[in-house]
Design a protein around this ligand. Structure first.
Ligand code: SAH
Length: 293
């Protein structure tokens, strides 16, 4: 799969322009039926579809119903793909509070978003959430974990640790529904804070400040982000500047895993005696817009 591309917005504009042309009133000459010679010859159906199941080889009746429903399925998939991309763009271009209010008004949109998200992720060679799950499994099962922007709570479902799963909407009693800039977790109460592709809002630094509040001294901050958002050659933020800002929040960068094609992983540790710098120069993280498939 190709990386998510910002060109999706350009594609959309071009399609919209094309759509405008298509909507224009036909001129009087184009209203006439085209001459019969212009009609393309009908395509032969693939032989397999023309055979009866009984193997007689006689032509079967046209499976009209099947064709109609597969066309409808395609149209539905296209519509929900478009809806997913709209919601995705919304999440990357508004604050966490606005996103929370938006989904609160219509929680079904959350399912639309996650159906599209899963579809997009199915094309990634490796799922960042699995890398994080495996990392947790190799460490301490007694650590308490906070999964910020948990999605379908894959972390909680796959590790022995106690996990606070946090997201904008909860369709599961174990998930805390809130804007993750303000969680109900106690200060210095968790050993690991995870952000797996969830630094979406325009106020993303406030999510990291919240993680800093709830993390114990020496706690881990694990961040997976889409590679293109941290690629300065492509309009993304400078990963060094991103790390530096988190270091100024009171962390040390323990390691960075850049071997995956689609995402970068950062492992930070909160300093024993951490101190937040007076002013932190947070880089802007550009939205990750997914390609139309
Ligand atoms: N971490 C999951 C899901 C990633 S999708 C995984 O890797 O599978 C990003 C998730 O972050 C979405 O579920 C979205 O709803 C959530 N999210 C984005 N902004 C949020 C906010 N301000 N508060 C809580 N959750 C948020």
């Amino acid at each position: 799969m190709e990386p998510p591309q910002e060109s999706a917005a350009g594609d959309r504009k071009r399609r919209r322009r094309g759509g405008g042309r298509n909507r224009r009133k036909p001129s009087s000459s184009s209203q006439q039926a085209p001459p019969p010679a212009a009609a393309p010859p009908p395509l032969p159906s693939p032989p397999s579809k023309r055979r009866r199941k009984d193997g007689t080889g006689q032509a079967a009746a046209t499976p009209k119903r099947g064709n109609t429903s597969s066309l409808l399925d395609k149209m539905r998939a296209r519509l929900s793909g478009g809806h997913f991309r709209m919601l995705n763009e919304k999440l990357y271009t508004c604050s966490g509070q606005d996103a929370f209010d938006y989904f609160k008004n219509d929680p079904n949109l959350f399912d639309v978003y996650h159906t599209g998200y899963r579809e997009q992720m199915s094309h990634w060679p490796e799922q960042p959430v699995n890398v994080i799950i495996n990392w947790l499994k190799r460490h301490n099962a007694s650590w308490t974990v906070a999964d910020f922007g948990c999605g379908n709570a894959a972390v909680a479902k796959n590790v022995e640790n106690k996990v606070f799963s946090i997201d904008l909407v909860s369709d599961d009693p174990s998930v805390i529904a809130c804007d993750m800039a303000h969680t109900p977790l106690d200060p210095s109460s968790v050993d690991v804070a995870i952000f797996c592709l969830s630094l979406m809002g325009t106020n993303y630094p406030s999510y990291l400040e919240e993680a800093n509040r709830v993390l114990k001294p020496s706690g881990w901050l694990v961040i997976a982000e889409v590679r293109s958002r941290l690629d300065p050659n492509n309009g993304g933020a400078d990963p060094e500047k991103f790390s530096k800002a988190i270091i100024q929040l009171g962390f040390s960068l323990v390691s960075k895993d850049e071997k995956n094609k689609m995402f970068i992983l950062f492992y930070f540790k909160k300093k024993e005696k951490s101190k937040v710098a007076k002013s932190i120069d947070w880089p802007q993280l550009k939205p990750c817009l997914y390609k139309r498939r």
